[in-house]
Ligand binder design. Structure first.
Ligand code: PGA
Length: 253
């Protein structure tokens, strides 16, 4: 398992205009080419408006592109939504699901996340299912119980290491500059691994579990070196080319 390639995923959230995307794509492409053999997997999650552009601009790099959410249906009367098939159609290979900003801001339940993950699977996308406790749940000592419930209720049937990734993102760590202790991260990731053993059997060891929440160049190497941490989901730092690349470099094994 120590030899598994790490994945660094950049979630731009609702940030980025075409001019920003052009600069990022150029900078990332030239850094990839300069690195030669890029011994880490890299995924970017720009807003839906930039998916098509980024997929084309990064076409000759190892960087893959994903959506930040998808609808559970293939198409239909769902104004404002985007389907997994539409993401696939513009060159996405991944989709983030159940990010805490979706769970909180759009009242998404784990049952809905599971339906979306099923759609992602059917469309041939890799789903990155996000889970994590908020600060009051943490204060009440409920971290493991919350994560357990979210994983169990969000994971679709047919989940394998090839179509599903879990991201542990403590809500209180997102955008706050605070991160859990290394022991806390190891404990939660170990618990997620045990749940995956029950849900996916032999695939559990190969399934990636990412950590997300205030990952920066200054803490990336330490976090990425922890047991059962198979990569990082990066928000704010993924908007700054040098910071994102420093995290990518810290993930090279
Ligand atoms: P952050 O966001 O790196 O800015 O804390 C992480 C995320 O929300 O995925």
């Amino acid at each position: 398992m120590g030899q598994k390639r790490l994945l660094v995923a950049g979630n731009w959230k609702m940030n980025g205009l075409r001019a920003d995307a052009e600069l990022m794509a150029e900078g990332l492409a030239s850094r990839c080419h300069a690195m030669g053999n890029v011994a880490v997997d890299i995924a970017l999650f720009p807003p839906a408006t930039l998916l098509d552009y980024m997929a084309r601009a990064l076409d000759d790099t190892p960087i893959v592109i994903g959506g930040q959410d998808c609808h559970r249906s293939e198409k239909g009367a769902f104004t404002g939504d985007v389907s997994a098939w539409m993401l696939r159609d513009v060159g996405a290979s991944h989709v983030l699901l159940g990010h805490s900003e979706r769970r909180a801001g759009h009242a998404e339940s784990s049952a809905q996340v599971k339906d979306k993950a099923q759609a992602a699977q059917a469309a041939g996308l890799v789903a990155i299912i996000c889970v994590g406790e908020n600060s009051s749940e943490r204060d009440r000592g409920e971290t493991l119980a919350v994560v357990r419930r979210q994983v169990q209720e969000s994971l679709p049937a047919g989940a394998t290491y090839a179509n599903t990734i879990i991201a542990y993102e403590p809500v209180w760590a997102i955008g706050s500059g605070q991160v859990p202790s290394t022991e806390e991260i190891v404990n939660v990731h170990g618990e997620i691994r045990r749940l995956l053993v029950k849900a996916t059997g032999d695939d559990a060891g190969a399934t990636r579990i990412l950590y997300g929440g205030s990952v920066k160049p200054s803490n990336a190497a330490e976090i990425l070196g922890l047991g059962d941490v198979d990569g990082a989901l990066v928000g704010g730092a993924s908007l700054i080319l040098d910071d994102f690349w420093a995290i990518v470099t810290a993930a090279v094994r």
